[in-house]
Design a protein. Structure first.
Ligand SMILES: Cc1cc2nc3c(=O)[nH]c(=O)nc-3n(C[C@H](O)[C@H](O)[C@H](O)COP(=O)(O)OP(=O)(O)OC[C@H]3O[C@@H](n4cnc5c(N)ncnc54)[C@H](O)[C@@H]3O)c2cc1C
Length: 461
């Protein structure tokens, strides 16, 4: 490391990737500064995973109160207070933000609370103070931001996930545009809190990319819980009226609600960063193009996390940031494997997957064995809740390896995290079968599936 520059590393963005990279690099003795224009912790902590999961917990009490009756509980009248939830969430976020700040401070990372842009291969401009600083290496970890789609009239009336967490009051109704995990999670949260919820999506089925069985079953469960789907349409215009926010759809119909929330995608935060001037190559949606070591087209500039549009998940950003620091400052070159990544949708019922969905497995394997189980979870026997748990294993017929595992139902995310270890290690169906079931549990179904599932057409033939 050299004293030719003010810092050895300047990180732009104190989110999941930036904080990890800065802290680890400082641990190797690098002189590190990190600039943050909003709040330390980034999307995940401040307006993503953490508040989202807290709200999911809040929403699920609605079912718990109902279910408790079947187990002998006398549940009196219950009520929900949105401002109490928002305030509790804010206290927790403040605590986490302080914890992040403390971690950075103890690691010796200088936190600069302002927007930063790239002014040269080794130069950063601090936009509020107007200062310019230099660094041997610059790491861009600016994340992503909600994308609102084509510019249609009235877009200023819509909210995004950023605002949804802090609405001044719980709406009576909400229309959510989008079919990805953020749209579905918020729909699940609001619907269970008693909000009349409609999903507007341009496709014919939500959760594109997930296994078809999970997509179908989640839509079925959502419809049963009262969530309305308006599929195959997009918004053409939004207006605000006395009756609420009105969305005009491409089929000529309108939807009206207290809020219309857009969750149709996220766009990498690269606008105005000064990347064009220094020649950092960018991709189709503005993301920063990097190699497997998170190197950009400019030798001294690197990028990790959502801004690179590789895998927009917190653990990926953290691992990319860590690997970057190990490689550039720790003398331990390493890259992050972006395969066999477990992922969950915190809808209710929850959905989680690792490995290949059936449609991709069919493209890649000559012979495929599918195992499916759909059953009533034990809790539902006494609660009387009309719900089913679903599990699916996809096995490569040649190697007998389990290459896909998909779960819908309670604790799907927790189950899939563990299954991911087995799949990553190359577990075969026989390994699953030879594993002793843990009884009584739902997850035991994964090691007791014996009958191959036969597609109805094959069965008929
Ligand atoms: C509603 C929602 C729910 C989510 N749920 C999950 C989940 O359950 N699981 C999961 O794994 N992922 C989830 N994600 C995704 C996850 O939050 C991101 O993948 C992760 O935060 C990416 O980390 P990052 O470091 O790339 O960027 P971020 O965490 O977004 O951090 C970027 C930081 O850079 C700052 N910044 C931007 N530009 C500048 C600038 N010029 N100068 C200074 N600072 C700047 C921003 O303010 C921000 O703090 C969710 C996201 C959302 C929106």
């Amino acid at each position: 490391m050299t004293t030719q520059y003010d810092y050895d590393l300047f990180v732009i963005g104190a989110g999941s990737g930036g904080v990890r990279a800065g802290r680890i690099a400082a641990g190797y003795g690098a002189r590190v500064a990190i600039a943050e224009e909003y709040r330390i912790g980034g999307t995940c902590v401040i307006r993503g995973c953490v508040p989202k999961k807290l709200y999911v917990y809040a929403s699920r009490f609605a079912d718990e109160f109902e279910d408790a009756r079947g187990f002998g509980w006398n549940v009196g009248e219950v009520s929900f207070d949105w401002p109490t939830l928002v305030a509790a969430k804010n206290r927790e976020l403040n605590r986490l933000e302080q914890a992040y700040r403390g971690t950075l401070g103890r690691a010796g990372v200088e936190v600069i609370p302002e927007r930063a842009t790239v002014a040269g291969p080794n130069t950063v401009r601090l936009e509020t103070s107007g200062r310019t600083v230099t660094a041997g290496k610059i790491l861009i970890a600016t994340g992503a931001t909600p994308w609102l789609g084509p510019d249609i009239p009235g877009l200023e009336h819509v909210i995004t996930s950023n605002e949804a967490f802090d609405l001044p009051a719980l709406p009576k109704s909400i229309v959510i545009a989008g079919g990805g995990y953020i749209a579905l999670e918020f729909a699940g949260i609001f619907a269970r809190l008693g909000v009349e919820t409609t999903i507007v999506y341009r496709g014919d089925k939500v959760l594109r990319g997930f296994d078809e069985d999970l997509r179908d079953r989640l839509m079925e469960a959502y419809t049963k819980s009262g969530i309305r789907f308006c599929l195959g349409h997009v918004f053409t215009r939004i207006e605000k009226t006395d009756a609420g926010v009105v969305g005009h759809l491409s089929n000529g119909e309108t939807v009206t609600a207290d809020h219309i929330m857009f969750a149709i995608g996220r766009t990498p935060n690269t606008r105005g960063l000064g990347l064009e001037d220094v020649g950092v190559e960018r991709g189709w949606n503005g993301h920063i193009v990097v190699d497997e070591y998170s190197r950009t087209s400019v030798e001294s500039i690197f990028a990790v996390g959502d801004v690179t549009d590789r895998l927009a998940l917190t653990p990926a950003a953290i691992r990319e940031g860590h690997a970057f620091a190990d490689t550039e400052f720790g003398g331990n070159p390493r890259m992050v494997e972006h395969t066999m990544i477990p992922t969950a949708v915190f809808s209710t019922p929850e959905v989680a997957s690792v490995g290949l969905p059936e449609h991709l497995a069919r493209e890649r394997c000559a012979e495929l064995h599918i195992y499916k189980a759909s059953f009533r979870p034990m809790k539902a026997t006494l609660s009387g809740r009309d719900e089913r748990m679903f599990m699916k294993l996809i096995v490569d017929g040649e190697s007998n390896k389990v290459i896909g595992c998909h779960v819908l139902g309670e604790d799907a995310g927790e189950i899939i995290q563990m299954a991911a270890i087995a799949l990553r290690m190359g577990a075969t169906k026989a390994d699953f079968d030879n594993t002793m079931p843990l009884h009584p549990s739902s997850a035991e179904e994964l090691v007791t599936m014996r009958e191959k599932w036969i597609a109805p057409t094959e069965a008929a033939g």
